[in-house]
Design a protein around this ligand. Structure first.
Ligand SMILES: [Zn+2]
Ligand SMILES: [Zn+2]
Length: 210
C-alpha cells in the first residue's frame, strides 16, 4: 500500500511527492526543495520516517520542478530519471534560470530514461509511466492502480498546463489528457504539480477546457 506525502516548495509553489510503502523504500517525484530550510524539511521527513529513497523521477524538466535535484541526487546517491525527450530542456535550464536570477546547481546527466508505459518499481509497489507531452517535451505522469496519478503540470484542479512555454503544444496536450488520463477510473485521485489535488471524474465533469 503506497503512502503519499506532499510538500510545496520554492517560490513557484511546486508540489514534491514522496511515495513510500511498508518496506520503507520510497521514490521522489519532482524534487523542488530550493531554500536551505526546505531541504531540511525534506531531509527530516525522510529521516523521521526512516525512509530509503531509491529513485528520483521528474514529471518534466521545467526549472521549478528540478530545483532540488542536485541536493537529492547527492544526498541519496541517485540519478535523475526522465523521459529522453526532456533532455534538451534539462540541459537548458541552468542558463534559463540565470535570466530569472535563479541559481540552479549542476545536475549530473541522467543515466536512466523512462519509456512510455514503463513500470517503475520500489519496495513492494509500482507505478506506471504515462507519456503526455503538450505542456513540455518529455512530460510524464505516474499512475498507480491503487487509485491515483501524479501528473506534473499536465492537468490541474480546474485548469490545464500552460502551452506558451518552449515545446508547448495546446492541441497535443488536450488530446493526451483526453486519451490517456480521462480513460482512467473516475475516482482516480490526481496529484498536480501545483495547487490542490482533484479526481479524474471531477475534471471530466467541470474542467472548463473540456
Ligand atoms: Zn512545467
Ligand atoms: Zn511547474
Amino acid at each position: 500500500m503506497i503512502s503519499i506525502k506532499n510538500f510545496t516548495f520554492n517560490s513557484f509553489e511546486v508540489n514534491t511527492y514522496v511515495l513510500s510503502d511498508e518496506t520503507k523504500e520510497c521514490i521522489i517525484i519532482d524534487s523542488a526543495c530550493y531554500e536551505d530550510f526546505e531541504k531540511k524539511i525534506f531531509y527530516d521527513y525522510i529521516e523521521d520516517n526512516k525512509l530509503k529513497p531509491v529513485r528520483l523521477l521528474n514529471t518534466h524538466c521545467h526549472i521549478d520542478h528540478i530545483l532540488g535535484n542536485a541536493f537529492v541526487l547527492e544526498k541519496y546517491k541517485l540519478t535523475t530519471e526522465i523521459h529522453k525527450d526532456g533532455l534538451p530542456l534539462l540541459n537548458n535550464m541552468k542558463s534559463y534560470g540565470m535570466m530569472f536570477g535563479i541559481t540552479l546547481e549542476d545536475i549530473p546527466k541522467p543515466t536512466v530514461f523512462i519509456e512510455e508505459n514503463q513500470v517503475i518499481r520500489f519496495g513492494n509497489s509500482s507505478v506506471k509511466a504515462l507519456y503526455l507531452p503538450g505542456h513540455a517535451d518529455g512530460s510524464l505522469a505516474f499512475y498507480s492502480e491503487e487509485g491515483f496519478v501524479v501528473v506534473g503540470d499536465v492537468l490541474f484542479n480546474g485548469s490545464i498546463g500552460r502551452t506558451d512555454l518552449p515545446t508547448g503544444n495546446h492541441e497535443l496536450l488536450i488530446n493526451n489528457i483526453k486519451n490517456k488520463l480521462f480513460v482512467l477510473p473516475d475516482n482516480t485521485k490526481v496529484y498536480c504539480g501545483h495547487g490542490p489535488e482533484t479526481t479524474i471524474g471531477s475534471e471530466k465533469g467541470h474542467n472548463p477546457y473540456f
